[in-house]
Write a new protein. Structure first.
Length: 364
């Protein structure tokens, strides 16, 4: 039976490219004719060895990862990295780290890091996560073990337009929701990590890119599964890795290359997000975007109707669902509405949402 066409604006797990799903479907029962599904392959065998090697090589090509960086495929999602980062990078008798807290996920990361050392929030806690304070007002500690930030806050819709300058202090970035949406200079970072279920692939694997000189200094009580040096030495196979998730990530990496690479996706991201924000800003208050324009995310667009009319928002969701526009409800912690428009969400998908928003506004 043919499936009903729907448009998926979920924040994660998010939409996957159709051609990637089709390729995975075609290889489901027998990967490359080997007679077994990827889900059945030994992670020590030649077939899966080729998958993970190709995945790393393609990702390195896309991001132009320097040779002095390791690429790891680990488990536990981005949230586990809230612990992994301080366990691996905090140093000295009185370890400390700087945290740039601009939303829900960086706040959670800072709270977790405080279990292992002193956390310095580089500016006072914000009343609401709707902007990024000027770097001129940050209080960075030159003796910090690292500086941490979340490049794109999925809940709050706040995205850094530029890479923070932290001098010689290693910069750590959670890029779970905007990685591969534009070129990035990896050499400016000590660590980049990203959960896969937004812009990379299906849930189950997290990518960690770490500069080699930062390996080997984990705190004594760091579990081996969270020790970056141990994972690097073991080729991301200290235990059975998430083989299917790595396979799907590899297919997505190849799809991005085939579609034109990161320069192309940067253009698409700008076009898609601009279309939605233009409707919001031109609606005379019918739609309201809470985030300051300079900090607006290209990946996650939170918005309210008439300043927070919950009945009208419920009507919007009901009619959107009936029209096949799914997963537009805002995060439970902030309410409202949210459209996530990651790489796999096409310009045409975005136009479907834009048209619905315009029609709904005209009728209400």
């Amino acid at each position: 039976m043919a499936a009903k066409q729907v448009f998926n604006y979920g924040a994660g797990p998010a939409k996957m490219p159709t051609s990637v799903l089709e390729k995975a479907r075609d290889q489901m029962m027998s990967y490359n004719g080997c007679g077994m599904s990827v889900m059945e392959l030994s992670h020590r065998g030649a077939e899966f060895g080729g998958i993970i090697t190709t995945a790393e090589a393609t990702l390195r090509t896309l991001l132009k990862v320097p040779e002095n960086y390791k690429v790891l495929f680990v488990q536990g999602g981005g949230t586990t990295q809230f612990s992994s980062v301080p366990l691996n990078l905090m140093k000295g008798e009185a370890p400390t780290a700087d945290y740039i807290v601009t939303g829900t996920w960086s706040k959670k990361a800072a709270a977790e890091a405080a279990k292992y050392g002193t956390v310095n929030q580089v500016f006072p806690p914000l009343e609401s996560y709707t902007s990024i304070p000027s770097a001129a007002d940050w209080k960075l500690n030159p003796d910090a073990s690292y500086v941490y930030y979340c490049a794109n806050e999925t809940v709050n819709g706040v995205e850094f337009p530029d890479i923070p300058d932290t001098g010689t202090v290693p910069l750590v970035a959670d890029m779970s929701s905007n990685i591969l949406s534009r070129p990035v200079d990896v050499s400016k970072f000590g660590v980049i990590y990203a959960g896969a279920q937004k812009n990379i692939g299906c849930s189950g694997v997290t990518i960690v890119i770490i500069r080699e000189d930062l390996l080997g200094s984990a705190l004594p009580f760091c579990p081996q599964m969270l020790d970056y040096a141990m994972q690097a030495k073991g080729g991301s196979m200290l235990n059975t890795p998430p083989t299917w998730a790595i396979y799907m990530a590899s297919l997505v990496f190849e799809w991005i290359v085939d579609e034109g690479g990161l320069d192309e996706f940067e253009k698409r991201s700008a076009a898609k997000s601009s279309r939605i924000y233009e409707i919001i800003d031109g609606s005379d208050g019918f739609f309201v975007a809470p985030v300051a324009p300079a900090a607006r995310s290209r990946m996650n667009v939170p918005f309210r109707l008439k300043g927070g009319d919950e009945d009208l928002e419920a009507k919007f969701l009901t009619e959107a669902t009936a029209a096949g526009l799914l997963q537009l409800k805002g995060h439970r912690s902030v309410g409202g509405l949210r459209a996530s428009i990651y790489n796999a969400t096409s310009v045409e998908d975005t136009e479907a949402l834009a048209t619905f928003m315009e029609t709904f506004m005209a009728a209400n």
